[in-house]
Design a binder for this molecule. Sequence first.
Ligand SMILES: [Zn+2]
Length: 174
Amino acid sequence: MSYCKKCNYFSKDDIDRCPNCKQYMVKEAPENDAPVIAIRTAGIEHERITAALQDSKIPFSERFARKQASANVVTGVNSASVDIIVNYKDYEKTYDLLVGIGAIKLDGEEIIDEVDEKQPVKKSVRPGEEEFEEMSTRKRIIVRILSAILFIVVVWGVVVGVDYVMALVKGLFI
Ligand SMILES: [Zn+2]
């Protein structure tokens, strides 16, 4: 198992670096009263999970996931991710509860990534960088072609316009 002392991310697997904050993880069980992230959640799912924890009388605290902080400004607080934090001694109980209510799917490996996939905001902020690069390159080419066409049209317009004005002027004097 691995535990991140910085952000309290916990995994039953051995992971070198925290997938949440990139710190090196401690590969041993945290203290019984150490805070661990049980799940990262948002929106209605968040309310469902906290209600289930309250019903089961598992003490927990909530913390806005820092990664999401900039997105909150754009999308409003409702879509913000929240980390549900429990004491390590309650982790197993919490994990079973979350599996029981379908908040954790056993085939899914990483809870954090799983939640992130449900966040359209997240997608445009980080993993979409490549897509964005490609888009802006395509955009730049289109802009270049359009400005070339516009240049030809303007030149043609000026030539035709000058011819027209010249013909008018000639007409006045002849
Ligand atoms: Zn961490």
